[in-house]
Design a protein around this ligand. Structure first.
Ligand SMILES: Cc1cc2nc3c(=O)[nH]c(=O)nc-3n(C[C@H](O)[C@H](O)[C@H](O)COP(=O)(O)OP(=O)(O)OC[C@H]3O[C@@H](n4cnc5c(N)ncnc54)[C@H](O)[C@@H]3O)c2cc1C
Length: 367
């Protein structure tokens, strides 16, 4: 069977690209290795910009995807001494279940969706993509004219298209996040994600309250285990916010790709594009859903506009993504005002020693 477009990964980037291409009449195969609904280590805080992208291109976000409490207000960055900097969204966003949101997006994507179908290998030539797939039923090879790789932080598409780039820039910045859910109590206003520096590595730990549970998302090295980091985060939160845990369970572990934080992005090549976290698009606070949706949309539009012109879509895609990438880089350089979808003015206003040290720490970690 020959398809116009193969899309690997049914997260926000893949579903957005699939939706627009299907609407434009392309024959699209959307491949997802997990069974849908699939869990994803994610706080599921949708910024107002992410909500707009979904509602403009799909339909209204259905109530069954929304968590309790529903308002997502932004993030609070917590310095080592417990002082807190509020980084709000420009207006309240929505707190959602990622499993349910992504299932809704996949349902509405309009393409041929195959879940429980892992892409094992990709071969890409000009206007020909061959994918080797593995399902419960066995193996299969599919062909398409174009590829959009939306397969997240540990992207096979990036590894296949740009092995040298992956080894040099992505692999050293790959980390893992383990999500632990627990009952208990904490003096913390639901609606905010707490961000705590990972003292021993890059990135940040996160915690938040959702659907009556306390969620602790612990960042650790690619090979290391989560337990040590988890224990030190818990000790910090016990002391700072009176955390009391009653039992805990590991909800899952995901790869996270921080290469974009070092200014390295990869948009693919020729007739094979990358979008979302596969590209390195994750803002310094770890928010990536809006960037995934936006890049998925631009990838699809670039492909639609290049088809029939006998030019590869990468030409349009790389020039149209420049605006988005420049905005990311420029925001970080200025440091203050909006960085990603969060307003960081409170960090810049604080001229105390704590504020200055925190800014230094942040710049060292991300900028
Ligand atoms: C702990 C944590 C909390 C976060 N919280 C937020 C938040 O509150 N708000 C926010 O905006 N962002 C958040 N993010 C970031 C956000 O989750 C990602 O940026 C976003 O999911 C990226 O979307 P994507 O479509 O690029 O990739 P993904 O959502 O990762 O989707 C990629 C898909 O590809 C599939 N796949 C991978 N390999 C293959 C293969 N070989 N074959 C077939 N399928 C494959 C995967 O199963 C997956 O479903 C958080 C991240 C973490 C780790």
């Amino acid at each position: 069977m020959h398809y116009d477009v193969l899309i690997t990964g049914a997260g926000p980037a893949g579903c957005m690209a699939c939706r627009l291409l299907s609407e434009a009449g392309f024959k699209v195969l959307l491949l997802e290795k997990e069974k849908i609904p699939r869990d994803k280590c994610c706080a599921g805080f949708l910024s107002p910009q992410a909500i707009e992208l979904i509602e403009e291109n799909f339909t209204t976000i259905p109530p069954e995807t929304i968590s309790h409490p529903r308002d997502a207000l932004g993030a609070k960055l917590i310095a080592g001494n417990g002082s807190t900097f509020q980084l709000p969204f420009s207006r309240p966003g929505l707190s959602v279940s990622r499993a349910r949101l992504d299932a809704f997006l996949a349902d509405e994507s309009g393409g041929e969706l195959r879940d429980g179908c892992r892409v094992l290998d990709l071969e890409v030539e000009r206007f020909l993509v061959r994918g080797e797939l593995k399902t419960e039923a066995g193996s299969e090879t599919v062909e398409a004219t174009y590829l959009i790789g939306c397969d997240g932080g540990e992207s096979l598409a990036l590894q296949s298209l740009r092995p040298e780039f992956f080894r040099t820039y992505a692999a050293p910045h790959l980390g893992r996040v383990s999500l632990v859910l627990a009952e208990g109590s904490i003096e913390w206003e639901p609606g905010w994600i707490g961000l705590v520096f990972n003292k021993r590595g890059r990135g940040m730990h996160r915690f938040y309250i959702k659907d009556g549970l306390i969620a602790l998302a612990v960042m650790h090295g690619n090979s290391g285990t989560w337990r040590g980091e988890f224990d030190s985060l818990v000790a910090f939160l016990e002391e700072t916010f009176g955390l009391k845990l009653e039992g805990e369970s590991l909800a899952g572990t995901s790869a996270i790709n921080l290469m974009g934080a070092t200014g390295k992005f990869n948009l693919g090549a020729g007739s094979a594009l990358l979008a979302g976290e596969a590209t390195g698009l994750l803002d310094p606070w770890g928010f990536g859903i809006r960037l995934a949706l936006e890049s998925g949309r631009i990838a699809a539009q670039s492909l639609i506009d290049s088809a029939g012109q006998s030019i590869t879509p990468h030409l349009h895609y790389s020039s149209r993504m420049q605006g988005l990438l420049n905005r990311e880089i420029e925001q970080k350089r200025k440091f203050g005002g909006m960085i990603g979808d969060l307003d960081t003015s409170s960090l810049v206003r604080d001229s105390s020693r704590v504020g200055r040290r925190n800014r230094r720490e942040l710049k060292h970690a991300f900028f």
